[in-house]
Design a protein around this ligand. Structure first.
Ligand code: PGA
Length: 229
């Protein structure tokens, strides 16, 4: 049976107190709806120790890492420094590509850094060309456990999710280039539409932005993804 991934991306949201409250609610309310459902929460770096200080019942990811190794790179957070704090890291989210000038070559360096440190890269793509650049530069991406998050730009934060069928067709196209890597869909995923995506043949889960900020709503996304509601 295929695994279903639900990745929550908090982006640059929440104070430490708000993060604590979210974690408390999640702890009190959440039970894994199915053993093959894998939940990954990606908060800001400053919140990561709050999660590991508890026995948090889901995986934790970062939203970014440095393209450089450990060393004299002031202000950067090296992949190796995240060892033990996170199991996954998002790389190349479209907001980073747009606002921080992240190119395919930077994305590829970050993928290499993550894989060197045993952290699973979740590479975000919105164009097939980005997948081709990744596959050409890192042919072992899939065999080393990498994951892809496909997010059409028109669907991110707009309330206008793609159609599950169109997203699945895109996931098939991506799979033909990248191989076995799980492919997630992201963009305006909510409890009401999530199962349409997770039911598709080539979609292995979802990335959730806005709907992950409220713990109860996020739990509803997870349950609906696993079709237990
Ligand atoms: P959204 O964001 O769910 O708020 O559309 C998704 C994302 O950017 O990962």
């Amino acid at each position: 049976m295929k695994k279903t991934y639900v990745l929550g991306n908090w982006k640059s949201n929440k104070t430490v107190e708000e993060a604590r409250a979210w974690i408390d609610t999640f702890h009190t309310t959440y039970t894994n709806p199915a053993p093959d459902t894998i939940v990954i929460v990606c908060p800001q770096f400053i919140h990561l120790p709050l999660f590991t200080a508890t026995t948090f019942p889901a995986a934790i990811g970062a939203q970014n890492i440095s393209a450089f190794p450990t060393g004299a790179y002031t202000g950067e957070i090296a992949a190796a420094s995240l060892t033990g704090l996170v199991s996954h890291v998002m790389i190349g989210h479209s907001e980073r590509r747009t606002h921080c000038g992240e190119t395919d070559s930077v994305v590829i360096q970050k993928v290499t850094r993550a894989q060197e440190s045993g952290i699973i890269p979740v590479v975000c793509v919105s164009e097939i060309e980005q997948v081709k650049a990744l596959a050409d530069a890192v042919p072992e991406f899939s065999s080393k456990g990498g994951m892809l998050l496909y997010e059409p730009l028109s669907a991110i934060g707009t309330g206008q999710a793609d159609s599950p069928e169109r997203a699945n067709a895109k996931a098939m196209e991506i799979a033909a280039i990248i191989g076995e890597a799980p492919i997630l869909y992201g963009g305006s995923v909510v409890p009401e539409n999530v199962h349409g995506f997770t039911a598709q043949s080539h979609i292995s889960g979802v990335g959730v932005g806005g709907a992950s900020l409220d713990a109860t709503k996020f739990i509803n996304v997870i349950r609906a993804a696993a079709q237990t509601v």
